[in-house]
Design a protein around this ligand. Sequence first.
Ligand code: ZN
Length: 493
Amino acid sequence: MSSTSVGQSDQSFKGLLARYEPVIGLEIHCQLSTASKLFCACKTEFGSLPNQNTCPLCLGLPGVLPVINKTAVDYAIRMALAIGATIREKSVFARKQYFYPDLPKGFQLTQYDLPYCENGSMLLDNGRTVRIERIHMEEDAGKNIHGDNASYVDLNRAGVPLLEIVSAPDMHSQEEAVDYLKKIHAIVRYLGVSDGNMEEGSFRCDVNISLRRRGVEKLGTRTEIKNVNSFKNVERAISYEIMRQADLLDSGESIRQATLLFDAATGRTSMMRSKEDAPDYRYFPEPDLGPLYISSDRIKAIAALIPELPEAKKKRFQEAFGIPEADAAQLTEEAALAAFFEDVVLKVESKVAPKIVANWINTEFMREFNNRQSSWQKPMLSSDALAELLRYLGDGTISGKIAKTVFEEMLEKKASAKSIIDAKGLVQISDTGEINKVVADIIAQFPDQVAQHRDGKPKVFGFLVGQVLKVSQGKFNPALVNQSLKDALDGNA
Ligand SMILES: [Zn+2]
């Protein structure tokens, strides 16, 4: 591939989007979080010693028969139901034949012309719908590791169950592609069918992308970017590829159908193999495995176990708790976070509005949660402890500013909000006599600012409030300070 220099400015990107429409489809590979592999009893755990989790079947030795993993099929059904797809009563596993050192059998078992799931869809934030053409089950290949003087083959991953989720080419920007990918990612985690760990490769995607002139119906020649493994890189890879293809088309060249790799270090794509010599896989139905039958009773039983999904939860949070869409979206990214929020809302016993709880969790709490690499199995602070702190904030015992200090101390000292507030005497002061006295002192100390306030300079009032609060070391009730200062300056005191 020629390394054409690509214009990077926003202006030129907008310009090329005025001429060309990107057409994007995603194939997501999602590893199912079953304990054992798709056709044998070997463990699927990540990080074992090389080739520790193998047996004659996944090593490709002769004379052994595959047996399908029931849990993997149940998980696959869950996913199909979550995207509103049709589940085929009778689906078939086929051999996809090719040679590669990490594929000792010489074929991969996958579903070809009769996948178990078809015709789902996903609604994007911008209101557009992406059709999901199909989902099929397949086994993963092993892994080749290339050292300085030798190459190694690790077959721990060979036979691990995957879902391949194939969208129609319905997306038209990198933002839409990332939104779609994030939504699928959230769903597999809500359903508990995959850990969605992108760093370990259990959630990765191939991006198909082509450009066509605005107003033209016919699709352009597409390229496929393989195995992109983060949301950020999907966005970068698509942006780069849009610019690269536009540059070629602008200079009258044609796009070559090819499989590309994205290099995260350089932000560029490069050719992996040309599609012209795409191997003929000679698919045929796996003779050692009968068709897979999925009964309507089984589907019904699994449907009953589908939890509330992110989109529905987000809507409910907006309506039931009166919180803005952006906050609700953030809270529902993960089921455990959403559950934590609801738990705290319950435990503040209406002393604090859910909107304030949402703010606290999305900002203060999540910042520390991420900094400390905390986990939902054992969060750094329990919902009880956070609710206690927020109750003190809600009933006016402490101010918002003090609450942040107390929060930090709770984490450092692993102590309760009450013990910190008591020990440091942080209780908010609402004694108007005491407040009025300090207000009078400040007015006497800053005659110039008082004069400016009377001349109508609005910013000076905030300065004077700040001075009063400073004297009180943040303990005065800010609402009462505001009122007292207003009264004093307007001569009502
Ligand atoms: Zn095995």
